[in-house]
Structure formats: C-alpha cells, structure tokens
Ligand binder design. Structure first.
Ligand SMILES: [Zn+2]
Length: 467
C-alpha cells in the first residue's frame, strides 16, 4: 500500500515535471539544455557527495549514539545525555551557535507490563503498552476478549464489548490507515464499555516484534489501558476465536505520567556569508520510544541532517544563507519540540527559506518530497539532478514532517522530507528491533550526501527559493 502511494506520487511528479520544465525561461539554459545557474554548483556538490560516501562517519556516529546512550524517551536521563552529547559533538565539529533550546516535555513511564492468555490455555503474549496509556489496576484486568477487524465491526458488535478486552486485529496496509486503530481504537472501545484494548502491531509481520506508539484518548470516553501485541499472537487469538472458543486474557500495566520535565531542541549552524538572517533548516528528532535503540526512528535522521553541516564545515563551504540543524525533542509523544521552536523563533519564521525533516529512515535515498510553489518545485527538481550519480534525484509532491509542521504552517514556507526506499522502515518502527545493524553505512552516507547538496544549494541560490 505504501508502494501504491509512492507510485501515485511518482505519476503526479511526472505530470508536474512535464509542465514546469517547459515553462522555464530559455536564458536559464545552457546550449546543452542544462540550467545555467546550476553549473557553479556541480563542483561543490561533487565534493560534498565524495566526502560523504568516502567513509562511514555518519553510521559510526549513529552507532555511538545508540550503543552508548540507547533509546531516548522524552523526560528520561538518556535523552538528556543524548542532548548534551549532541551539543558537545556539534561544537567539536566546529558548528556555530551550538545551543540547547529549552522545552518542557511530558514524562510517560511504562513501568512493568505483561499480558497472557488465561483461557483456553495459558500462553504469554508478547506485548508493548501503547505510549501515553494509563495503567491497569495493580492486579491487572482479566476479561473475555472480543476481536474486531474494523471500526464498523466494533459498531455492529458494540453491545458485546461491555466488560470485555477489545482486540483490533487489523492487518497492516499502510501506516496512516492502520495506525488509526492504535491512536483512536482504545477510546472507541471504551465508549462501548470495554475495560482494555489490544491492537495488532502496526507493521508488516516481523519476528514476533510488538510495535509501540502513541494513542490519543478522546475527551468523551473513559481512559482504558491499551497495548500492542505481535501479529503472531493476534493471529493465534483469531484462530482460537474462529474455532468458537472463549478467550480470556489478563493484562497488567503500570504505565503513568510523571510531571513535565525540562528538555531541549539541539541547534547548530553554518552562518551564511551574505544573508545570515535567512535560514535553511534541516532536522530529525532525537527522542525515541523506550524500546530498541531509536536508530531508524529517528537517530539516523538526526545524524544525516547534522552531517550536511559537518560536511560543509569540513570542506570549507559557506553558503550565502545560514544552514541550521535542529534535533527535535518529544516528537513521539507530544510534539513539544516542534511547537517550542515555532514559539521561540516566531520572529524569524518569515526569514526561513526552507525547512526539511528526515524521519522516514536512512535507507537507500530516492530523493525528496517537496511542498512549495511551482517555481520552488522546479528549482528543487533541477538541484536534485546533482544527485543523479547516487540515484537520489527524484522530487515528488508532498514534503513535511511532524516537527517542522507547526513552523511551516505558521511561516508559510516550503517544506521538504528526505525520501528513502521504504520497505524496511515499518518492519522495525517502534520495536525492540530498531537498532543500528538494520542500517547500511553506504546507504546512510548517500542520505547525508543528498541532504548536504540540497541544503547547500538552496542556501546559496542567488535568489531566495520560490522567488
Ligand atoms: Zn520518528
């Protein structure tokens, strides 16, 4: 399904390309048909790509982050350590104006948790409580299970849900479609009187890996505890139910919120040589869920965008405008980093030329998703031709991210997301399997190269992107 979405985007992209390239003024083309304004960028782009792919620096830095600090849920000492580590490392890289910008974040604590089938035969279920869930009573909840495969089926069986644990056993299609059952399923079940909710892991079948992720309680329903279970365990429960057997499950969770705590977005810059107050932001989120190592989501996005600045510094490339890396806090369960940045930088949002976020993994890069006016789209598409050597030259409509969203919306600026080959991402997303070994150093280096070239050229264009 994700592939289908991509195909649709590619087709749309082809249509857009067909119209915009034809509209370009003749004087902007060399006799060979190439955009003349792009020519000065071929040499720095080649240097940026060459430096990025000549070693495994990005992957090694990610391995250090994930091996020595590990996962980084908002409000944990681990995230605090990661923030301090990033500040220290950015300074060591020679970035300018390195700082931690304070943001208050929620602190959700998982506590111990378990689930088991009690009837018809005892069997431990592999589970992960959903982020922001409430606890069960200390002895847990034990109840008969009602399995539904859609919200419509829940509505049809609403009278059966009272006093039960509702399992949403919905096979993964794509993230947006399937994550609905994780985010709003618990409150839908609670309205019908359910005492707890279970959700089939949001992802393709893995190797008995549960996928956590945030739920959103509705204000008009009781808060009931909710957990994700593996696809294998969901299938087992379904088979038992299909044979007509009664299923009883016991769920125990200690999850709760403590008071908000101080956290921070980490910021570093390469100041622009001519227009330092105009800014290109590249970014990823430093917080992660509390399982796995937060390598793909989103340590990798942090490192490859940060690499853009490190590579420019290393090669002594200083663009006309400022390039700023932001490592966001609290993307996973609150979005406070993105909101805090918008509020703290409100006065300079009009000077933001572009905001880019990488939060879809750092697998083989394909190019970028982009949202902006036609002129900006055309420019970006031409810049991306500099990435044809690493096959990362595809620009498709639609680019953004959860953290840049609030600023992009308020500042009405173009936005962009790194686009990568996506088949592996949702297999390990929010699971104990999100570790650095799933990431290929060469693919990751190419992601860094792609971001570096795009950020450098956009920041250096004689005219502001889109004008
Ligand atoms: Zn993420």
């Amino acid at each position: 399904m994700r592939r289908c979405v991509r195909c649709a985007r590619v087709l749309l992209c082809a249509v857009v390309a067909g119209t915009t390239v034809g509209a370009q003024a003749p004087h902007e083309r060399t006799p060979a048909g190439r955009a003349s304004w792009l020519e000065p960028y071929r040499e720095p782009a080649a240097r940026l790509i060459g430096e990025a792919v000549s070693n495994a620096f990005a992957w090694q830095r990610l391995a250090v982050l994930t091996d020595t600090i590990g996962n980084r849920l908002s409000g944990t000492p681990a995230l605090d350590r990661a923030i301090q580590w990033a500040v220290d490392e950015m300074k060591r890289d020679g970035l300018e104006n390195v700082r931690a910008e304070k943001v208050m974040v929620p602190r959700w604590v998982r506590g111990s948790e378990s689930a088991e089938i009690v009837e018809p035969a005892r069997h431990q279920i592999v589970m992960l409580g959903l982020g922001d869930s409430v606890a069960t009573p200390p002895d847990g909840v034990q109840a008969e299970v009602l399995i539904v495969r859609s919200f419509e089926e829940l509505d049809a069986k609403s009278t059966l849900a009272r006093g039960r644990i509702v399992l949403f056993n919905v096979a993964y299609t794509n993230y947006g479609e399937t994550a609905r059952f994780r985010s709003s399923g618990p409150s839908r079940a609670a309205r019908d009187g359910a005492v707890a909710a279970l959700v089939r892991a949001v992802g393709p079948p893995g190797l008995r890996t549960p996928h956590t992720g945030a739920l959103q309680y509705a204000t008009d329903a009781p808060k009931i505890p909710a957990a994700a279970i593996t696809t294998e365990d969901a299938d087992r429960l379904q088979r038992i139910a299909d044979r007509g057997s009664k299923i009883v499950v016991r769920l125990k969770m200690e999850a709760h919120f403590d008071a908000d705590v101080e956290s921070a977005n980490v910021v570093g810059e390469i100041r622009g040589r001519e227009k330092p107050d105009e800014i290109v932001v590249v970014s990823g989120h430093l917080d992660s869920w509390d399982v796995g190592a937060g390598a793909t989501d989103d340590g990798g996005g942090c490192i490859v965008t940060w690499e853009a600045l490190r590579l420019m510094k290393k090669l002594n490339l200083r663009p006309r405008r400022t390039v700023r890396v932001v490592l966001w806090t609290n993307e996973e369960n609150g979005g406070r980093g993105g909101l805090g940045y918008r509020d703290q930088h409100r006065g300079e949002l009009a000077k933001h030329v572009l905001m880019l976020e990488s939060d879809g993994g750092v697998f083989r890069p394909l190019g970028f998703g982009f949202t902006g006016n036609d002129r900006a789209f055309d420019r970006v598409k031409t810049i991306a031709t500099l990435l044809s050597g690493i096959a990362a030259d595809q620009i498709v409509p639609g680019g953004g991210g959860a953290d840049i969203g609030p600023s992009v919306q308020e500042g009405h600026m173009p936005s962009m997301s790194l686009d990568v080959e996506g088949s592996k991402y949702f297999v390990i997303h929010h699971t104990p399997a999100d570790t650095v070994d799933k990431i290929d150093p060469v693919e990751m280096a190419k992601c860094a190269a792609a971001v570096a070239v795009m950020a450098y050229v956009v920041a250096d264009l004689p005219e502001r992107l889109g004008q």
